[in-house]
Design a protein around this ligand. Structure first.
Ligand code: NVA
Length: 289
């Protein structure tokens, strides 16, 4: 929130961020570039064709090379292991800008949006409807670390990864919150403070699109489902949205929707993250609880 109020500055002057992306990106790429520019730094975007991560050159060698030129790597990859390898071999910080397993910057930006809208995090209930994917994983971990209850409704076979679920249950035990998994969207949404959804078919799963449309039938967030949430509930989506699949137009464009505030907050969150990681400034964590 402090970085959002601060606007432009020079905290990252003479700093260079490498954007190493294997997958498409509108919001993350633009957010990183604008965040660096607003703070006086620079970005270099490296497309999959140019780098050939793991094909033309190993991830370990790419990490060592970029450590000699830049101050930080933001990587968007298919395999989560590629980010782990980059982090292991780089001498500079590596940020996960989305992998098949997790999407942590999104989750942190989402907490900022929730905090702005609700004035607190502790005790709130977030209902995630849909695929137990990268977005759901990071939200689950972030929510349980922050004192929020997390419910997810997914079709059988599309739930949360077991290891992530176990970690989240440990966080929940510590913060005294609840994690609840169901196959019934109405059960998850009833009296929730936040209703969240994401695409049924993530990047890299395009071959499964028809199968997934069938499996997720009944998991659409529409006006009728949203009406079961609390009267002051907000609707969230990390975008891009497949309107007419996981969410209807009336919900996306309705007065409870905060989806475009979410996308703007990503840039503000990244500014804070970059300043903390490579700007030498310690951002005091707000006391969310
Ligand atoms: N689950 C989606 C998120 C996109 C930002 C995907 O991985 O494609």
């Amino acid at each position: 929130m402090d970085m959002k109020a601060r606007g432009w500055g020079s905290l990252l002057s003479e700093k260079v961020l490498a954007l190493l992306f294997e997958k498409p990106s509108l919001r993350h790429r633009t957010s990183f570039e604008v965040a660096m520019r607003q703070l006086g730094g620079h970005c270099i975007y490296l497309s999959p064709e140019e780098v050939g991560l793991g094909k033309r050159e190993s991830a370990a060698d790419v990490a060592r090379v970029l450590s000699g030129y830049t101050n930080c790597i933001a990587a968007r990859t298919f395999s989560h292991q590629t980010i782990v390898t980059l982090a292991r071999y780089a001498d500079i910080p590596v940020i996960n800008a989305l992998s098949d397993l997790e999407h942590p910057c999104q989750a942190m930006a989402d907490l900022l949006t929730i905090y702005e809208k609700k004035g607190e995090l502790e005790g709130l209930t977030l209902a995630f409807i849909g695929d137990g994917n990268n977005v759901a994983h990071s939200l689950l971990l972030a929510a349980t670390l922050s004192g929020m209850n997390f419910r997810i409704a997914s079709p059988r076979g599309y739930g949360i990864n077991e290891d992530i679920l176990n970690t989240a249950r440990e966080y929940a035990a510590e913060s005294g919150t609840e994690v609840f998994c169901t196959e019934e969207p109405r059960q998850a949404v009833t009296d929730a403070d936040i209703v969240y959804t994401d695409v049924w078919t993530s990047m890299g799963q395009e071959a499964e699109v028809e199968k997934r449309r069938g499996a997720f039938d009944g998991f659409q967030v529409n006006g009728e489902l949203l009406s079961l949430a609390r009267e002051d509930a907000i609707f969230m989506h990390d975008l891009p949205a497949h309107r007419g699949e996981e969410v209807t137009d009336d919900v996306m464009d309705g007065e409870r929707s905060v989806v475009f505030e979410q996308s703007e907050n990503k840039m503000h969150l990244l500014k804070a993250l970059l300043v903390e990681m490579i700007g030498g400034l310690e951002i005091p964590l707000p006391d969310y609880r």
